[in-house]
Design a protein around this ligand. Structure first.
Ligand SMILES: [Zn+2]
Ligand SMILES: [Zn+2]
Ligand SMILES: [Zn+2]
Length: 350
C-alpha cells in the first residue's frame, strides 16, 4: 500500500510507494567512470581556467602554477557576475535586478579523479575548508545575502566536467527553497520553542530505523518523507545555523563522515550520479526575515546565528526522473522507503 508522508519542515507531502521497485540494482544509470580526454582542471593546465581566487599550495609556488592541493577559480560561464550594482527596479507589477553574484569552482584535487571518495579524509577536509574560506570572504560583500555550495557528479546530475569539483554560488536574494525552510522552521519554533532540525536529530537518533551513520558530531539518515530513493541527509548534532561558522574539529569530522556516506552510496548503487547541497542560513540574520509579517522576527542567538534554523547537507542520488506528475503537483513518488535504503546503506561495505 503506498503511503503519504508529510515533510515536517516544508509541510509538503510525498508518496512512498514501496511496491514499484525497491532493490538498489533496479535502478539503471550510467556509472560515473573516467571518460578521459583533455581536462582543464588537471595540474599543469592552470592557464586553461580563469585565475585562482584561492589555492592551498606548497610553500614557494606561484599562483596559477602547479603545486596546489585544492584550487578555487571563477566559473568560466558564470550564472551570476561579480561586477556591477544590483540596480533594483520595479517594472509595473514586476521586480527585477541585475544578475550580480559569484560563481566559483572548487577543484578538489590536482590529479584527475572523478569522485572525492578517491581522497583521504585529510585531503577532503581541505576541500571543506575551501568552502568555508570562500564563503567567509564573499559574505563581507554587502550586495550578497546567501551562499550555496553544491556538487554535481555524473552527467545525469548536471556535471559537464568529470574531474571532481564542487561549485559555490552567492546570490543577492534568499532563494525560494531556503526561504521555505526558514519559514517552516520558524512556524515550528513559534509553536514549540525549539529548532525542528535538533528535534529531528534527537528522534532519528532514538528511533534508529532511518539512521545510516550515528556519529557524535554528525547524524546521517534517510529523511522520513524522502522525495527520492536513497535521499540522504547529514546534520551536525550541535545546533548551528551557519555552515561558514564550522570549527576545524567539525571540518575533520565532516570530511570523514561525508566520505563514509558517499562510499556507502557508491558501493550500494554502483557509482550513481548524484548532487549534494549544503543548506545554510543567509549570511546576515536580518536577511532571514523573509516572512516577518506573518510569523514575527526570527530568533537570533547572541554571538551569532539563528535559533530556529540548522545547516545541513542533502545528498540526492539521481536514480529516477522527475516527470509531469511531480512537476505539476510537487508530490514526489519515491519507490524506496527510507527505512529500506537506510538498511542497505548501514550494511554497505566500506
Ligand atoms: Zn582532470
Ligand atoms: Zn538545531
Ligand atoms: Zn535543506
Amino acid at each position: 500500500m503506498p503511503e503519504l508522508r508529510r515533510d515536517p519542515i516544508l509541510g509538503r507531502w510525498n508518496i512512498i510507494a514501496a511496491e514499484r521497485a525497491s532493490r538498489p540494482s533496479d535502478f539503471h544509470h550510467e556509472p560515473t567512470t573516467p571518460r578521459g580526454g583533455f581536462c582543464p582542471f588537471d595540474e599543469g593546465h592552470e592557464d586553461k581556467t580563469p585565475p585562482e581566487v584561492l589555492a592551498y599550495r606548497e610553500p614557494g609556488t606561484q599562483p596559477d602554477t602547479p603545486g596546489w592541493r585544492v584550487r578555487v577559480v571563477s566559473n568560466k560561464y558564470p550564472a551570476l557576475r561579480i561586477e556591477g550594482d544590483l540596480d533594483k527596479k520595479g517594472v509595473g507589477m514586476y521586480d527585477r535586478m541585475q544578475g550580480i553574484g559569484a560563481h566559483e569552482i572548487i577543484i578538489e584535487a590536482p590529479e584527475h579523479i572523478v569522485s572525492p571518495t578517491s581522497l583521504s579524509p585529510e585531503r577532503f577536509a581541505d576541500v571543506i575548508r575551501a568552502y568555508k574560506d570562500r564563503l567567509n570572504d564573499l559574505m563581507g560583500d554587502p550586495r550578497f545575502k546567501f551562499g550555496i555550495v553544491f556538487k554535481n557528479v555524473g552527467s545525469a546530475a548536471g556535471a559537464s566536467l568529470e574531474h571532481s569539483h564542487s561549485q559555490l554560488i552567492v546570490t543577492p536574494v534568499v532563494p525560494n527553497v531556503i526561504a521555505r525552510e526558514l519559514r517552516g522552521a520558524l512556524e515550528f519554533y513559534n509553536f514549540r520553542g525549539r529548532c525542528i532540525f535538533c528535534d529531528i536529530v534527537r528522534q532519528e537518533h532514538e528511533q534508529g530505523v532511518r539512521v545510516v551513520i550515528d556519529d557524535p558530531d554528525f547524524l546521517v539518515f534517510e529523511p522520513f518523507a524522502s522525495r527520492f530513493p536513497f535521499e540522504t541527509w547529514l546534520i551536525p548534532t550541535r545546533h548551528e545555523s551557519q555552515f561558514e561558522r564550522i570549527t576545524s574539529h567539525q571540518i575533520n569530522r565532516l570530511a570523514a563522515v561525508l566520505l563514509d556516506t558517499l562510499r556507502r552510496l557508491e558501493a550500494t548503487l554502483e557509482a550513481p550520479p548524484y548532487n549534494y547541497i549544503v543548506h545554510s542560513a543567509p549570511f546576515r540574520v536580518q536577511d532571514a526575515e523573509v516572512f516577518r509579517g506573518a510569523l514575527g522576527p526570527p530568533p537570533i542567538i547572541e554571538g551569532g546565528g539563528l535559533e530556529h534554523y540548522h545547516w545541513h547537507i542533502e545528498i540526492i542520488p539521481r536514480l529516477t526522473r522527475v516527470a509531469g506528475f511531480e512537476w505539476g503537483t510537487g508530490l514526489y513518488i519515491n519507490p524506496v522507503p527510507p527505512e529500506t535504503s537506510a538498511e542497505y546503506l548501514r550494511e554497505a561495505v566500506r
